[in-house]
Design a protein. Structure first.
Length: 121
């Protein structure tokens, strides 16, 4: 397996292994499609609920789909993606504490997972 990327959990944890095995069998294109599809279906509606006037995530997803379909080159898509990333980082650091409240969650019994940041609603 190639170099492991940073995760919020233990890469060797038993609940991660089936996902790792599935990821290892997929192409980069498939993984990119999964990530963009998930962001569009799950994350964009959440973002739009709290920040309806901020179109950076939507623009980044459009650029990502255009790149995946071959309509534009990666440097073009990267511009929109980095603008979105900068906006999200600013929002997480400055605005989220006043706009969203943390959701309490039960302990999973995994110390790494239980220390990771909470979910928001």
């Amino acid at each position: 397996m190639p170099k492991a990327r940073k995760m919020l959990s233990n890469w060797d944890a038993p609940y991660i292994q089936p996902l790792v095995k599935l990821i290892e069998t997929q192409s980069k294109s498939t993984l990119a499609h999964w990530a963009v599809d998930y962001a569009e279906r799950v994350l964009l509606p959440l973002w739009s609920k709290y920040y309806p006037d901020d179109l950076r995530p939507q623009n980044a997803l459009i650029a990502a789909w255009q790149w995946l379909s071959g309509e534009i080159k990666l440097p073009e898509a990267k511009t929109a993606i980095l603008e979105c990333h900068a906006g999200v980082c600013l929002t997480r650091c400055v605005l989220l504490p006043w706009r969203m409240k943390p959701v309490q969650r039960k302990s999973t019994g995994n110390a790494d997972h239980d220390r990771s940041p909470g979910h928001f609603e």
